[in-house]
Design a protein around this ligand. Sequence first.
Ligand code: MLT
Length: 394
Amino acid sequence: MAYINENYLNLNKNYLFAKISEEKQKYIKNNHEKKLIDLSIGDVTLPLTDSAIKGIHIASSNLSKKETFTGYPPSSGHDFLKKEIIKNDYLKRNISIDNNELFIGDSSKSDISNILDIFDKNLTVALQDPVYPVYVDSNIIRGNKIIYINDIKTFLPQKEHIDIIYLCFPNNPTGAIISKELLKKYVDYAIENDTIIFFDSAYEAFIQDKNTVHSIYEIENAKKVAVEFRSFSKTAGFTSIRLAYTIVPNAIMLHSKSNKNISLNSMFKRLKDTKYNGPSYISEYAIYNVYESDKLNELQKNINYYLRNTTLLAEFFKSKGMIDVSSINSPYVWIKCKDNINSWDFFYYMLNNFSIIGTPGIGFGANGEGHFRLTGFGTYEDTIEAINRMDKKL
Ligand code: MLT
């Protein structure tokens, strides 16, 4: 008989967005006549940009000819795209990244979970609360000890040794950003305490505020301790075709029991070589064509569209006294539930009264109770309709 990894039994029965999807299907089945507006999972609604589509066409044409056909990609992606990412996403911000430090893959979700394979069991990790549930679940699966960061400003210093600190900025789910000064404190702490930072910057393209970072490597010495995760899902609308990348600096060292220093980068390469066959050539070529033909403005246009929706929602909830934000830096709006009801009750309230589906804050952790998240990723028309539906009764 095979035994289960008992840690799986410690997970919630359903992954957050799987549960929401189940509730959505139930509602649709029982309410055929009502148009449901889905502002729950952060999934894009605009089509791919012209330059990305053109890249897909070029890639398929290349694959259709013997002379340009290509098979397995390198496990960390093709150099033609790596060069463009390094140039556009990092060098333009005066950050130098070596080719071997960049790993292109299909998803930040899988990289940020699977990288834990390289670490010893029974780590202590610090996670923000509220938090993207993938960090929680992947650490539960490994049996790691989780301590929660209730207040990012006062959390440090900690007496207990922390192996990994996860930071997500702009934050999912709250949309909060971190000041350079505060992020520097986390980097300095990590250097002093032999801690690694996993910095998820999936939403950096949505940043409007000047006093924050797009990359953790804007902070001095961060390359000694920080791994950065980025995704094209929201930036380029690639939730269906998939593409993401992870930066693992050469300077980060792990220790072995025999007192050797082992580079995390070399182990991440080893992990990728063993478990993955690299990113899809078609997805790579799609984004390559965006960079190469200098069409980042097309992506920005779509991001601005989602930011406009997010701003409309934020202004609406501000007028209802349910939110207090000064700037929008993410596609998410994090609100207080009406009349202090709990977040699942508010979920059903929104669903049953307005046919609007959002995400209950409790799904992101204990501190999310009494909160609710909506996304700006709907269409403009649906966002306006959602606001009109709520306006009279909320
Ligand atoms: C979210 O809604 O939090 C995200 O879309 C989930 C994800 O990126 O996996």
